[in-house]
Design a protein around this ligand. Structure first.
Ligand code: FAD
Length: 407
């Protein structure tokens, strides 16, 4: 795939396309000169990235003034349009940048500058921009994932504090976090959505226990978080008590804008194309048939990119992508999985041997096949989750059928 625009431009679009191309070039230059080579090598090798790796990327963005490109200028952003945001995500991922872990800059930051108090904006936004504080998202609970409104973690107000008790689950990278934004139940009155509030919890507060969950790639991405009478100052309530569902939906709207992850799919597909070109792997594979399969994947990616670009061009910064975001999430995650499945088929038996030590940068004698095999297996195993997190694909289909078919 080339990173040129797949849409045929009309004459009126030419100026816009020139500035799009210039912006792409600026992102490529940033990746070439300002991202550490060691980090890019890890990303291209699909190795596990630790907190320090992620911070190297975030600090490079901060130095370039792009820590929060899509935020309004008044809060330290660049007022990027949805299209610029899409191009940044695609082009940077393609050129060796890691997935931007979204909890601070993409999720809680916009909630705070939209609904937070002046004191909260002053306290929390600068460390998000500078990546000096790490955030985690405490939404899901056992029994409250897709049906988030049934969450049970309770916050009881006593004077100047809330006392929070309950359990969160699947909390990504909370083991690195200084803060967690959390949905809690403050009332049982009315519809379940009405009794939910949005709290900012300092992870150093007594009463918090984190228990790791090791996923099938052998890595530590997610956790359980137990909260036992955790005291949270009332000034850490965002907006109004009982309105947390509204802020949570606003946040999820932002969450799905970039859901297609076309840059990641382009990178993985190029990687597979290179393995095929170099005949690295492929034992027993029918080559013409496999190449037809690759062309099919390339075509799907081309169509998805065209759809994303069209959607992003037609969106204003204030809009959420609505049903289009659900389509991007479904198609993007399915394509990622299809590419990684094809990679496993190409690598064949060598992909059946996997030692997670390899994706943590340790030398192990056991790996078969080309050197990239362990990373490719990790990508395949972890990629199983992409149709679940951020709202499962079944839930996205429900959203589409409700909006388009009124079901
Ligand atoms: C790797 C990973 C990272 C995550 N990170 C975080 C995080 O940082 N913070 C956080 O809060 N959460 C996180 N999550 C949780 C994620 O948001 C939930 O897993 C997701 O919302 C699904 O909820 P569930 O796991 O409870 O499954 P359930 O809701 O129990 O769903 C089980 C199955 O039933 C289907 N289903 C459920 N309801 C319906 C319906 N109405 N119609 C059709 N099908 C339905 C689902 O699609 C799914 O296939 C993460 C999850 C994963 C896998």
């Amino acid at each position: 795939m080339h990173s040129t625009n797949p849409l045929t431009p009309t004459a009126a679009q030419h100026t816009g396309l020139d500035s799009e191309a210039a912006f792409r070039e600026a992102v490529r230059t940033f990746c070439l000169h300002e991202l550490p080579q060691g980090l890019k090598d890890k990303v291209h090798g699909n190795l596990f990235l630790n907190k320090q790796d992620n911070l190297e990327f975030l600090h490079a963005l901060h130095r370039r003034g792009w820590a929060a490109g899509h935020w309004p200028r008044q809060y330290g952003g660049c007022d990027w349009t949805p299209l610029e945001r899409f191009i940044f995500e695609e082009e940077s991922t393609l050129n060796g940048a890691p997935w931007l872990i979204p909890f601070g800059v993409n999720y809680v930051g916009p909630v705070i500058y939209t609904f937070g108090s002046p004191a909260q904006k002053e306290r929390f936004l600068p460390p998000i921009l500078a990546s000096t504080e790490w955030w985690a998202q405490g939404y899901s609970e056992p029994g409250a994932g897709s049906d988030l409104a049934s969450l049970k973690t309770r916050a009881v107000r006593q004077g100047h504090v809330y006392r929070v008790t309950g359990q969160k689950i699947w909390t990504s990278y909370v083991q690195w976090a200084d803060w967690m934004f959390c949905l809690v139940r403050t009332s049982d009155e009315g519809r379940p959505q009405q009794g939910i509030s949005f709290l900012l919890i300092d992870m150093r507060t007594p009463g918090i226990t984190i228990r790791p969950i090791r996923t099938m790639d052998g890595c530590h991405h997610v956790n359980e978080v137990f909260l036992d009478e955790v005291e949270v100052p009332v000034e850490n309530l965002v907006g109004e008590e009982g309105c947390g569902w509204h802020y949570a939906k606003f946040l999820l709207g932002n969450e799905r804008v970039l859901a297609a992850e076309t840059g990641r799919s382009m990178r993985q597909l190029r990687h597979l194309q290179r393995l095929v070109r170099e005949r690295a792997g492929g034992d027993g594979v029918n080559l013409p048939e496999f190449e037809r399969r690759l062309h099919g994947l390339q075509l799907q990616l081309h169509v998805l990119r065209a759809f994303c670009l069209e959607t992003a061009r037609n969106m204003s910064a204030q809009e959420s992508a609505g049903v289009q975001a659900s389509i991007m999430k479904i198609r993007g995650s399915e394509l990622q999985q299809a590419i990684s499945e094809a990679t496993m088929d190409w690598l064949g038996t060598s992909a059946t041997v996997y030692d997670p030590a390899l994706v943590h940068g340790q030398q192990v004698a056991s790996q078969l096949g080309p050197p990239e095999t362990a990373g490719a297996v990790r990508e395949y195993l972890h990629g199983r989750a992409s149709t679940i997190y951020g709202g499962s694909n079944e839930i996205q289909r429900n959203i589409i059928s409700k909006a388009e078919l009124g079901l």
